[in-house]
Design a protein around this ligand. Structure first.
Ligand code: GLU
Length: 304
């Protein structure tokens, strides 16, 4: 299968250096493989979506010298590339899972399932103890739908950055549709990666634990799992995840300070171990020598 990579941001705010770094790796991996690069907008968690954030994100990525062959602004054979316009596909997938006996209604408390539409960054979802497997325990409540993740579903996989990952990670029945009808991050990602024929997922390290669920789900839908590579997080000088208090941590803030795209690319590339100095360099100049296995699997520290 020809390489098809993707970058799938949620338009919830400005692009951080860590996100830009992940986007750079995903883009380089696609370009180095001579593949297609898809930009998909993950906007199902409506309350977190910020007006104007998408346009700003796309502009920042372009400013950095990244481009995409398919996406919300350029179209493509698998349009639409915006998840809020793809709900009929998610419903159809749920129908299929129903027919195959892979989902069950769950009426466990709302609080427990509230964060389900967003990617579970940094925090592991608590393991679901199987409460409603034999029937909803609170039939008076609206039910979410959970995917039945059986013990034999647990599987190991090989990550392009981290190497072999054991089968214990991220198991447990997980939500595919919330009780309010919103499709979950896990479901939407899998349906779209399958429909868009994505062969290679390169994304942030905080989603590593979602991967076993996504592999099982894609197979339950009759697809084959893509290869995965998870890029380590960026930490501030104090060892905490790079955040506002560390300074100019967004691409836009760096740009406003007069940093050029080539200088920022150089700093990101250096943090990835792709170059050993901060000499300005264009993203496209990194393609030829790029290899995923040059990226360190431990978090890096950057000052903003
Ligand atoms: N939309 C997710 C995010 O904002 C990424 C999902 C993925 O790459 O699978 O980080």
């Amino acid at each position: 299968m020809p390489y098809r990579g993707r970058f799938a941001p949620s338009p919830t705010g400005p692009i951080h250096l860590g996100t830009a770094r992940t986007a750079l790796v995903a883009w380089l991996a696609s370009r180095a493989a001579g593949g297609a690069f898809v930009l998909r907008v993950e906007d199902l968690d409506a309350p977190r979506v910020k007006p104007g954030a998408l346009e700003a994100m796309l502009a920042d990525l372009r400013w950095l010298g990244l481009d995409w062959d398919e996406g919300p602004d350029v179209g493509g054979a698998f349009a639409p590339y915006t998840q809020s316009l793809r709900r009929d596909r998610y419903d159809a997938a749920i129908e299929t899972l129903h027919r195959r006996g892979r989902v069950f209604p769950c009426t466990c408390s709302r609080k427990e399932i509230e964060s389900i539409a967003s990617a579970p960054h940094a925090t592991e979802e608590a393991m679901y103890p199987g409460t409603c497997r034999e029937g909803p325990t609170h039939p008076e409540r609206a039910a979410s739908l959970r995917f039945r993740f059986d013990r034999e579903d647990a599987r190991a996989f090989v990550d392009g950055v981290h190497g072999p990952i054991g089968a214990g990670l991220g198991a447990g029945d997980f939500v595919v549709r919330r009780a309010d009808g919103v499709h979950s991050y896990q479901l939407a990602v899998v349906v779209d990666d399958l429909a868009m024929e994505i062969t290679d997922v390169v994304r942030g390290d905080d989603l590593l634990s979602s991967t076993p669920r996504q592999i099982v789900l894609i197979e339950a839908l009759g697809g084959r799992a893509p290869r995965h590579a998870h890029v380590p997080l960026v930490l501030g000088p104090d060892g905490q995840r790079l955040a506002k208090r560390h300074g100019a941590v967004t691409v836009r803030e760096q740009r406003d300070r007069g940093v050029t795209p080539e200088l920022l690319i150089a700093r990101l590339a250096r943090s990835l171990g792709l170059v050993d100095r901060d000499d300005p360099i264009a993203a496209r100049e990194l393609v030829r020598a790029f290899a995923l296995d040059r990226i360190a699997s431990s978090p890096v520290t950057m000052s903003a």
